[in-house]
Design a protein around this ligand. Structure first.
Ligand SMILES: Cc1cc2nc3c(=O)[nH]c(=O)nc-3n(C[C@H](O)[C@H](O)[C@H](O)COP(=O)(O)OP(=O)(O)OC[C@H]3O[C@@H](n4cnc5c(N)ncnc54)[C@H](O)[C@@H]3O)c2cc1C
Length: 373
């Protein structure tokens, strides 16, 4: 008999949901994380009463009723709606492209006028078979929107001119002929009041958690403690990169505490011109306080400038690169993983997969149901 039924490596959402489910089924669980804090990439740090999204802005949105009902047992969500603003050389546009955007761009007033303007620009460009991302975008939304709202932003994100990027990256560019600034088409959306860290702490309530400890550096000791391991770290790291390292795309954040109550009046402002080096600025307080006087009462604000950056081994892994080469390498690691019968690989790093929060919760719940049946 070992001390624990499950060792959960990683106190992020996947690990915390599994641990909560296992505890509920009467299992003895130990959760460990190499970071000094819980919550993985949804960790929010309290700076002067503002919950700063340390590993990138996180907005919860889902159409999955089961996930929503589950997660709202551990946090109350506010009514935050993601409505980013685009700043093109000081001109402000509403995102995603909708009637407010078209009115600002062309002075059109009705949906028919907006649709006609887009069509006119698409026709004028005369592109039938787009050869690159630039031609693809123009064929979808016309020249003005492409030049002001797509080109610079996309080039900063990919670090290459749109004419050198493949057309398939942009399959469609949503155009809304309504006055709707809500970025996500989701039935449920919001930010947990009190921050994501508190939500994860509630998931882990009553569960033993050990922080600042790297499983891979003490693997034999930890393996001896538990019957099974749920591993949510990087799968290539688990196998000591013996087949090579999986690649990621990274983001760099420059965060500042400012002595003013309101910097930009919105949680997210995208800089869509090519000259501004950052892709967007996040003002964290607007996720939580709502756009009202309560936020302005606090004389400070925290902003993060985001820069797209190339990833190298040792950097924080953010977005998996699901191209042919990396997908094939992951498949090889997955095959090795299947031979480790006492280990379950899960979550964004364990499965080398971009998961939104709702999807990672759904995945952890499905795995728990199977495992704990
Ligand atoms: C920039 C960015 C923005 C995002 N924004 C959104 C958003 O707006 N909405 C949305 O729904 N989703 C968003 N996501 C996705 C969201 O971050 C993920 O769904 C979620 O964090 C995945 O949880 P996880 O538990 O799989 O991984 P993680 O949160 O990464 O947790 C894994 C944990 O394992 C620990 N660990 C790793 N190796 C070891 C080891 N050897 N020993 C001990 N511990 C270890 C790590 O320290 C980490 O804490 C975003 C992702 C990124 C990258």
């Amino acid at each position: 008999m070992k001390q624990y039924d499950y060792l959960v490596v990683g106190a992020g959402l996947y690990g915390a949901v599994f641990a909560q489910q296992a505890k509920e089924k009467g299992k003895k669980v130990l959760v460990i994380d190499k970071r000094p804090q819980i919550a993985g990439n949804v960790y929010t740090e309290d700076v002067e009463g503002i919950h700063v999204h340390k590993y990138g802005a996180h907005i919860f949105h889902t159409n999955n009723k089961q996930v929503w009902e589950y997660i709202t047992k551990f946090a109350e969500f506010n009514r935050f709606t993601n409505s980013p603003v685009a700043n093109y050389k000081g001109e402000l546009y509403s995102l995603p492209f909708n009637m407010y955007t078209f009115n600002k761009m062309w002075g059109v007033v009705t949906p028919d006028e907006a649709a006609a303007k887009i069509e006119e620009q698409k026709q004028a460009a005369g592109i039938t078979e787009p050869k690159n991302l630039e031609e693809q975008a123009i064929s979808l939304v016309g020249t003005d929107i492409y030049e002001k709202l797509v080109k610079g932003y996309t080039e900063k994100q990919w670090g290459r001119p749109c004419t050198e990027l493949p057309a398939f990256i942009i399959k469609r560019l949503p155009v809304r002929l309504t006055f709707d600034n809500n970025y996500f088409n989701a039935l449920y959306q919001g930010i947990p009041m009190g921050g994501y860290t508190k939500m994860v702490a509630n998931l882990l309530d009553g569960i033993e958690v050990k922080l600042g400890t790297d499983y891979l550096a003490h693997k034999p000791e930890y393996d001896a403690m538990a019957e099974k391991v749920v591993y949510t770290g990087a799968i290539d790291a688990y196998f000591d990169y013996k087949l090579g390292a999986l690649e990621y795309r990274s983001v760099r954040f420059e965060t500042e505490l400012l002595d003013k109550s309101n910097f930009q009046g919105n949680a997210a402002v995208n800089y869509t011109d090519a000259d501004t080096p950052w892709t967007r600025i996040i003002e964290h307080k607007w996720f939580e306080f709502g756009k009202d006087d309560a936020g302005n009462d606090l004389p400070k604000t925290v902003i993060s400038r985001e820069y797209s950056s190339e990833w190298k081994v040792g950097d924080e892994p953010y977005y998996p690169v699901n191209d042919e080469k990396n997908s094939a390498l992951y498949q090889q690691y997955k095959n090795l993983g299947e031979k480790e019968s006492h280990v379950i690989f899960g979550g964004r790093l364990g499965e080398y997969k971009y998961y939104d929060m709702d999807a990672v919760i759904a995945s952890a719940l499905a795995m728990s149901e199977k495992e704990l049946a």
